[in-house]
Ligand binder design. Sequence first.
Ligand SMILES: [Zn+2]
Ligand SMILES: [Zn+2]
Length: 262
Amino acid sequence: MKFCTLSSGSGGNASFISDGTTSILVDCGINAKRVREALNCIGEDADALSGIIVTHEHADHVAGAGVAARAFDAPVFANLKTMEAMNRAKVLGKLPPEKLIVFQNNESFRVGSFVVKAFHTSHDAADPVGFTVESGGSKAAILTDTGYVTREALENVMGAGVVLLEANHDEEMLRRGRYPYVLKQRILSTRGHLCNEIAADMAVELIKSGTGSILLGHLSRENNLPEVALHAVLEKAGAAAEACGCRIIVAPEKIVSEVIEC
Ligand SMILES: [Zn+2]
Ligand SMILES: [Zn+2]
C-alpha cells in the first residue's frame, strides 16, 4: 500500500492511499486542480480515484471535495451527521445521490479493494472520525483533528503500518502566541487539536504496536514548526523508533509528502 499527504494543515488537508488496484483520498480540503497536480507529481492519476472519504465537515477537509468528486467522478463517503452538515453548508454543490455514500462509524465498509473503518475522534464538528484503511494485510490509519486520543482511536490505529498523526501545536507557542483567548481555549480543549506532547506519547504507543512509519501532520502554521514537532516527538519516542526501525517524519503543509510504502 502507498500512503502520502497531498497537503496537510489548516490550509487544506488531503491524503492519498493506493494499493495498486484502488486509490482514494481521505479528505479534500484543496482544490481539484491541486489534487490532480499533486497526484501527477507521484505518477498517479486523479481520474482513477474510487472515492473521497471524509473525516469531518470543516473547510480545511472538504472545501474541494464537491468539485473533486465531479471532476474525478468519485463518490464522497461520510457518516450521516457529517453528510448533513456538508449539505447544510452546501460545500459539495450538486452531486447525484448515488455519489453521496453514508457509512456507519465502527462498521467496516468497502471502497474498491479497501476495507475502511471510521472511529470516533474528539473535535468540534458534527460527528468527527478517523479512519483505518486496510488491504492485503496492510493497514494505514489517519488520526487528526482530535483534542485527545479517544480509547476507540487508540484501539483502532494500533498496529497500523503507517499512521498520519496530528501534531498540531506546541502548547507554549500557542499560549504565548497571538491567537485570541477563545480560539486558544478551543484548540486546547478536549474537542480541539492534538499537541506535540500527546502526539509524542501516542507515537510511543504506536511504535510498541509495530507501526513502521509515523507521519506527523496537521501542524499549525502559527503555533508549531516542523522542527519543533519533530523534536518533541523524537525526545520521547526517538530511541524506541530507532530500536524498532520506525520512521518519524513531518508532512509538509502545501506539497506532497514522501510516499510511504506499507
Ligand atoms: Zn477540524
Ligand atoms: Zn483540520
